[in-house]
Design a protein around this ligand. Structure first.
Ligand SMILES: C[S@@+](CC[C@H](N)C(=O)[O-])C[C@H]1O[C@@H](n2cnc3c(N)ncnc32)[C@H](O)[C@@H]1O
Length: 210
């Protein structure tokens, strides 16, 4: 049976007309074309939520192309407002699920790929809804350029363990825990902050894809 692609919400708050207008203007002027993947270093973030980390990437890596993938419209509205207000040229958004992106851009590739606090679906019967499963790992490993890296972060130990074990089975992939300590970044996404507030431990993996 085909896996259902999305179980979350595309909106948390009602969007104003101005937000909707800004979002569609931003998407129109920032079309993702296949040619984008032929040049530049590419950083992709899947499930960027409210966009804190995506914006951080665009500010800190101005020479790289940053692509955010998420159907969450409030996040798109925030990112669009930021980019248009600050003349940001290196950030693109695909406002649908990753699986659709994967089908649409046959030749896409990346140098760095971030998946930060994906929906954990803690109940066992919901584990199959998780984005980062074996099929997903197989797909994204094929799309990484030479020496590319995948960054994964969660506060759900079971999810972390699932990803850790899967990656180990693929062998030759080097796992590095707590990548955020190495990156010296202060940026914390909404779900990162939530985890800290709840006193949850945070697990992270850097997967070298060579
Ligand atoms: C728990 S939130 C985390 C958001 C953000 N990364 C953070 O740390 O605050 C998960 C996000 O993943 C998005 N998402 C869920 N399934 C997705 C999919 N298949 N493709 C792209 N984004 C997805 C949701 O819309 C949501 O914004």
């Amino acid at each position: 049976m085909k896996k259902k692609l999305f179980f979350g919400r595309v909106k948390s708050r009602i969007l104003t007309n101005l937000q909707k207008k800004n979002s569609s203007l931003f998407l129109k002027t920032r079309k993702i074309k296949n040619s984008l993947f032929r040049k530049n270093k590419i950083i992709i973030e899947i499930g960027f939520g409210h966009g804190e980390h995506l914006v951080y990437l665009s500010k800190n890596f101005t020479k790289k192309t940053i692509i955010g993938i998420d159907p969450f419209q409030n996040g798109l509205a925030k990112v669009a407002k930021y980019c248009m207000g600050n003349n940001i040229k290196n950030l693109y958004v695909f406002p649908y699920v990753f699986e659709k992106f994967h089908k649409k851009y046959k030749n896409y590739n990346y140098d760095d790929l971030y998946i930060l606090f994906p929906d954990p679906w803690p109940k066992k019967r919901h584990h199959k809804r998780r984005l980062f499963d074996e099929d997903f790992l197989r797909l994204i490993l094929k799309k990484g350029r030479k020496n590319s890296k995948i960054f994964f972060k969660t506060d759900n130990y079971n999810y972390y363990e699932q990803v850790y074990n899967m990656v180990n089975e693929f062998k030759k992939k080097e796992l590095i825990k707590d990548f955020y300590q190495n990156l010296k970044t202060k940026i914390k996404t909404k779900y990162h902050q939530k985890a800290i507030k709840n006193g949850s431990k945070i697990y992270s993996l850097k997967i070298k894809n060579n």
